[in-house]
Design a protein around this ligand. Structure first.
Ligand code: ATP
Length: 235
Protein backbone atom coordinates (compact mmCIF):
# COMPACT_ATOMS: atom_id res chain seq x y z
CA UNK A 1 0.00 0.00 0.00
CA UNK A 2 1.18 3.53 -0.68
CA UNK A 3 -0.38 6.80 0.28
CA UNK A 4 -2.10 7.17 -3.09
CA UNK A 5 -4.74 9.78 -3.75
CA UNK A 6 -5.94 7.82 -6.76
CA UNK A 7 -5.46 4.08 -6.99
CA UNK A 8 -6.56 2.10 -10.02
CA UNK A 9 -6.45 -1.67 -10.07
CA UNK A 10 -7.51 -4.32 -12.57
CA UNK A 11 -9.34 -1.76 -14.70
CA UNK A 12 -11.00 -3.01 -17.87
CA UNK A 13 -12.99 -0.90 -20.31
CA UNK A 14 -15.10 -1.82 -23.31
CA UNK A 15 -16.77 -0.16 -26.27
CA UNK A 16 -19.51 -2.71 -26.95
CA UNK A 17 -17.58 -5.92 -27.59
CA UNK A 18 -14.23 -4.18 -28.15
CA UNK A 19 -12.00 -4.22 -25.09
CA UNK A 20 -9.91 -1.04 -24.81
CA UNK A 21 -8.29 -1.49 -21.36
CA UNK A 22 -7.00 -4.72 -19.83
CA UNK A 23 -6.30 -4.88 -16.09
CA UNK A 24 -4.80 -1.40 -15.85
CA UNK A 25 -3.22 -0.57 -12.51
CA UNK A 26 -1.69 2.75 -11.52
CA UNK A 27 -1.60 5.22 -8.68
CA UNK A 28 -1.16 8.96 -8.18
CA UNK A 29 0.00 10.46 -4.92
CA UNK A 30 -1.20 13.84 -3.67
CA UNK A 31 0.69 16.61 -5.45
CA UNK A 32 2.18 14.26 -8.02
CA UNK A 33 2.18 14.88 -11.78
CA UNK A 34 1.96 11.77 -13.92
CA UNK A 35 2.56 11.57 -17.63
CA UNK A 36 0.52 9.06 -19.63
CA UNK A 37 2.06 8.23 -22.97
CA UNK A 38 1.40 5.63 -25.65
CA UNK A 39 0.70 5.28 -29.36
CA UNK A 40 -2.60 6.24 -31.00
CA UNK A 41 -5.34 3.92 -29.85
CA UNK A 42 -3.37 2.65 -26.83
CA UNK A 43 -6.22 3.57 -24.48
CA UNK A 44 -5.15 6.90 -22.98
CA UNK A 45 -8.44 8.69 -23.61
CA UNK A 46 -10.38 5.66 -22.43
CA UNK A 47 -8.40 5.74 -19.18
CA UNK A 48 -9.18 9.44 -18.67
CA UNK A 49 -12.85 8.79 -19.43
CA UNK A 50 -12.96 5.83 -17.04
CA UNK A 51 -11.57 7.86 -14.15
CA UNK A 52 -13.97 10.71 -14.92
CA UNK A 53 -17.08 8.53 -14.81
CA UNK A 54 -17.69 8.69 -18.55
CA UNK A 55 -17.35 4.98 -19.36
CA UNK A 56 -19.84 2.25 -18.53
CA UNK A 57 -18.70 0.55 -15.38
CA UNK A 58 -16.18 -2.16 -16.28
CA UNK A 59 -14.31 -4.60 -14.09
CA UNK A 60 -11.73 -3.25 -11.69
CA UNK A 61 -11.55 -0.57 -9.10
CA UNK A 62 -10.84 3.14 -9.06
CA UNK A 63 -10.31 4.48 -5.55
CA UNK A 64 -10.03 8.20 -4.93
CA UNK A 65 -9.28 9.49 -1.45
CA UNK A 66 -10.12 6.04 -0.13
CA UNK A 67 -13.52 5.90 -1.79
CA UNK A 68 -14.48 3.54 -4.60
CA UNK A 69 -15.57 5.85 -7.42
CA UNK A 70 -15.78 3.21 -10.17
CA UNK A 71 -19.56 3.25 -10.31
CA UNK A 72 -20.08 7.00 -9.93
CA UNK A 73 -21.46 9.29 -12.63
CA UNK A 74 -19.31 12.04 -14.11
CA UNK A 75 -21.00 14.78 -12.09
CA UNK A 76 -20.42 12.83 -8.86
CA UNK A 77 -16.74 12.31 -9.71
CA UNK A 78 -16.40 16.02 -10.49
CA UNK A 79 -18.02 16.93 -7.18
CA UNK A 80 -15.36 14.88 -5.39
CA UNK A 81 -12.63 16.98 -7.00
CA UNK A 82 -11.52 15.32 -10.24
CA UNK A 83 -11.69 17.56 -13.32
CA UNK A 84 -11.12 16.53 -16.92
CA UNK A 85 -9.77 18.74 -19.70
CA UNK A 86 -11.11 16.58 -22.51
CA UNK A 87 -9.49 15.80 -25.83
CA UNK A 88 -10.98 18.14 -28.43
CA UNK A 89 -11.91 20.62 -25.67
CA UNK A 90 -15.68 20.14 -26.00
CA UNK A 91 -16.70 23.69 -25.23
CA UNK A 92 -20.31 24.85 -25.34
CA UNK A 93 -20.43 26.31 -28.82
CA UNK A 94 -23.24 28.78 -28.33
CA UNK A 95 -21.85 30.21 -25.07
CA UNK A 96 -19.29 32.95 -24.51
CA UNK A 97 -15.83 32.40 -23.04
CA UNK A 98 -17.02 33.67 -19.68
CA UNK A 99 -20.17 31.53 -19.71
CA UNK A 100 -18.12 28.42 -20.47
CA UNK A 101 -15.88 29.20 -17.52
CA UNK A 102 -18.77 29.92 -15.18
CA UNK A 103 -20.30 26.53 -16.00
CA UNK A 104 -17.12 24.88 -14.72
CA UNK A 105 -17.63 26.62 -11.38
CA UNK A 106 -21.19 25.45 -10.93
CA UNK A 107 -20.07 22.34 -9.11
CA UNK A 108 -19.65 24.69 -6.14
CA UNK A 109 -16.33 23.49 -4.73
CA UNK A 110 -14.34 26.05 -2.78
CA UNK A 111 -10.73 26.89 -3.55
CA UNK A 112 -8.37 29.37 -5.16
CA UNK A 113 -9.86 29.27 -8.67
CA UNK A 114 -12.49 31.76 -9.76
CA UNK A 115 -13.06 33.85 -12.89
CA UNK A 116 -10.44 36.49 -12.09
CA UNK A 117 -7.82 33.86 -11.23
CA UNK A 118 -8.37 32.16 -14.59
CA UNK A 119 -8.18 35.53 -16.36
CA UNK A 120 -4.91 36.24 -14.54
CA UNK A 121 -3.54 32.88 -15.68
CA UNK A 122 -4.62 33.42 -19.32
CA UNK A 123 -5.04 37.21 -19.80
CA UNK A 124 -6.18 36.82 -23.41
CA UNK A 125 -9.37 35.22 -22.09
CA UNK A 126 -10.20 38.38 -20.15
CA UNK A 127 -10.00 40.38 -23.37
CA UNK A 128 -12.16 37.88 -25.18
CA UNK A 129 -14.55 37.01 -22.36
CA UNK A 130 -17.71 38.08 -24.20
CA UNK A 131 -17.14 36.39 -27.56
CA UNK A 132 -18.42 32.90 -28.42
CA UNK A 133 -15.82 30.39 -27.27
CA UNK A 134 -15.78 28.75 -30.65
CA UNK A 135 -14.63 31.97 -32.36
CA UNK A 136 -11.28 31.67 -30.54
CA UNK A 137 -8.16 30.03 -31.96
CA UNK A 138 -7.55 26.41 -31.02
CA UNK A 139 -4.98 27.40 -28.42
CA UNK A 140 -7.28 29.94 -26.81
CA UNK A 141 -10.05 27.34 -26.76
CA UNK A 142 -7.68 24.99 -24.94
CA UNK A 143 -7.10 27.76 -22.39
CA UNK A 144 -10.88 27.98 -21.90
CA UNK A 145 -11.09 24.21 -21.46
CA UNK A 146 -8.31 24.32 -18.85
CA UNK A 147 -9.92 27.33 -17.17
CA UNK A 148 -13.30 25.59 -17.07
CA UNK A 149 -11.71 22.59 -15.33
CA UNK A 150 -9.92 24.85 -12.83
CA UNK A 151 -13.15 26.69 -12.01
CA UNK A 152 -14.32 23.43 -10.38
CA UNK A 153 -11.43 23.79 -7.91
CA UNK A 154 -10.32 20.18 -8.38
CA UNK A 155 -7.74 18.34 -6.29
CA UNK A 156 -6.83 16.30 -9.35
CA UNK A 157 -6.85 17.47 -12.95
CA UNK A 158 -6.70 15.19 -15.98
CA UNK A 159 -5.37 16.69 -19.20
CA UNK A 160 -6.18 14.62 -22.27
CA UNK A 161 -3.90 15.48 -25.21
CA UNK A 162 -3.00 18.84 -23.75
CA UNK A 163 -1.16 20.14 -26.82
CA UNK A 164 -2.59 18.15 -29.72
CA UNK A 165 -2.99 20.26 -32.85
CA UNK A 166 -1.85 23.51 -31.24
CA UNK A 167 0.80 25.89 -32.57
CA UNK A 168 4.20 25.57 -30.83
CA UNK A 169 3.98 29.08 -29.40
CA UNK A 170 0.65 28.30 -27.75
CA UNK A 171 1.97 25.00 -26.43
CA UNK A 172 4.77 26.97 -24.84
CA UNK A 173 2.24 29.31 -23.17
CA UNK A 174 0.18 26.41 -21.87
CA UNK A 175 3.21 24.61 -20.47
CA UNK A 176 4.39 27.86 -18.91
CA UNK A 177 1.06 28.04 -17.08
CA UNK A 178 1.27 24.49 -15.75
CA UNK A 179 3.37 25.13 -12.62
CA UNK A 180 0.86 27.79 -11.54
CA UNK A 181 -1.95 25.32 -12.13
CA UNK A 182 -0.38 22.36 -10.42
CA UNK A 183 1.14 24.37 -7.58
CA UNK A 184 -0.41 24.21 -4.13
CA UNK A 185 -0.61 20.45 -4.12
CA UNK A 186 -2.97 19.69 -6.98
CA UNK A 187 -2.31 16.31 -8.59
CA UNK A 188 -2.36 15.87 -12.35
CA UNK A 189 -2.36 13.25 -15.06
CA UNK A 190 -1.15 14.53 -18.41
CA UNK A 191 -1.73 12.69 -21.66
CA UNK A 192 0.81 14.03 -24.10
CA UNK A 193 2.06 12.90 -27.52
CA UNK A 194 5.33 14.78 -27.16
CA UNK A 195 7.35 12.41 -25.01
CA UNK A 196 10.07 14.91 -24.08
CA UNK A 197 7.48 17.39 -22.85
CA UNK A 198 5.63 14.67 -20.98
CA UNK A 199 8.78 13.56 -19.19
CA UNK A 200 9.92 17.11 -18.44
CA UNK A 201 6.71 18.08 -16.70
CA UNK A 202 6.05 14.90 -14.71
CA UNK A 203 7.63 13.00 -11.86
CA UNK A 204 6.47 9.57 -13.03
CA UNK A 205 5.35 8.15 -16.33
CA UNK A 206 3.13 5.29 -17.44
CA UNK A 207 3.05 4.02 -20.99
CA UNK A 208 0.01 2.22 -22.35
CA UNK A 209 0.26 -0.27 -25.17
CA UNK A 210 -2.88 -1.85 -26.62
CA UNK A 211 -4.80 -1.23 -23.43
CA UNK A 212 -2.17 -2.48 -20.99
CA UNK A 213 0.42 -0.71 -18.86
CA UNK A 214 3.69 -1.43 -20.64
CA UNK A 215 5.99 0.83 -18.60
CA UNK A 216 5.98 2.57 -15.25
CA UNK A 217 8.92 4.59 -14.03
CA UNK A 218 10.40 7.80 -12.71
CA UNK A 219 10.30 10.31 -15.57
CA UNK A 220 13.96 11.15 -15.09
CA UNK A 221 15.03 7.51 -15.14
CA UNK A 222 13.31 5.92 -18.14
CA UNK A 223 15.51 5.56 -21.21
CA UNK A 224 14.63 6.08 -24.87
CA UNK A 225 14.91 2.35 -25.48
CA UNK A 226 12.60 1.57 -22.51
CA UNK A 227 10.10 3.92 -24.10
CA UNK A 228 10.35 2.52 -27.64
CA UNK A 229 9.86 -0.96 -26.27
CA UNK A 230 6.88 0.17 -24.20
CA UNK A 231 5.33 2.04 -27.14
CA UNK A 232 5.62 -0.56 -29.80
CA UNK A 233 6.52 -3.76 -28.01
CA UNK A 234 9.75 -4.11 -29.99
CA UNK A 235 13.11 -5.00 -28.56
P1 ATP B 1 -5.47 8.62 -29.40
O1 ATP B 1 -4.11 9.13 -29.14
O2 ATP B 1 -5.69 8.21 -30.83
O3 ATP B 1 -6.57 9.45 -28.84
P2 ATP B 1 -5.80 6.81 -27.17
O4 ATP B 1 -4.59 6.20 -26.59
O5 ATP B 1 -6.42 7.95 -26.45
O6 ATP B 1 -5.51 7.19 -28.67
P3 ATP B 1 -8.39 5.63 -27.02
O7 ATP B 1 -9.07 6.79 -27.68
O8 ATP B 1 -8.59 5.42 -25.58
O9 ATP B 1 -6.84 5.65 -27.34
O10 ATP B 1 -8.84 4.31 -27.81
C1 ATP B 1 -8.48 3.01 -27.38
C2 ATP B 1 -9.09 1.99 -28.34
O11 ATP B 1 -10.51 2.06 -28.22
C3 ATP B 1 -8.77 2.25 -29.80
O12 ATP B 1 -8.56 1.02 -30.42
C4 ATP B 1 -10.01 2.92 -30.33
O13 ATP B 1 -10.19 2.61 -31.70
C5 ATP B 1 -11.09 2.30 -29.48
N1 ATP B 1 -12.21 3.24 -29.30
C6 ATP B 1 -12.13 4.47 -28.79
N2 ATP B 1 -13.35 5.05 -28.74
C7 ATP B 1 -14.21 4.16 -29.26
C8 ATP B 1 -15.62 4.14 -29.49
N3 ATP B 1 -16.38 5.18 -29.16
N4 ATP B 1 -16.15 3.03 -30.03
C9 ATP B 1 -15.39 1.95 -30.35
N5 ATP B 1 -14.07 1.89 -30.14
C10 ATP B 1 -13.48 2.98 -29.61
Amino acid sequence: MHDAMLEISGLNAHYRDFQALYGVGMHVKAGEVLAIIGANGAGKTTLMRSISGLMANGAGQIRYKNQDISALRADQVAALGIALVPEGRQLFRSLSVEENLVIGGQIGRKGPWHLEAVFNLFPILRERRAVPATSLSGGQQQMVAIGRALMANPDMILFDEISLGLAPIIIKDIYAALPGIIGEGMSAMIVEQDISKALAVSSRVYCLQEGRVSLEGASGAVSRSDISRAYFGIE
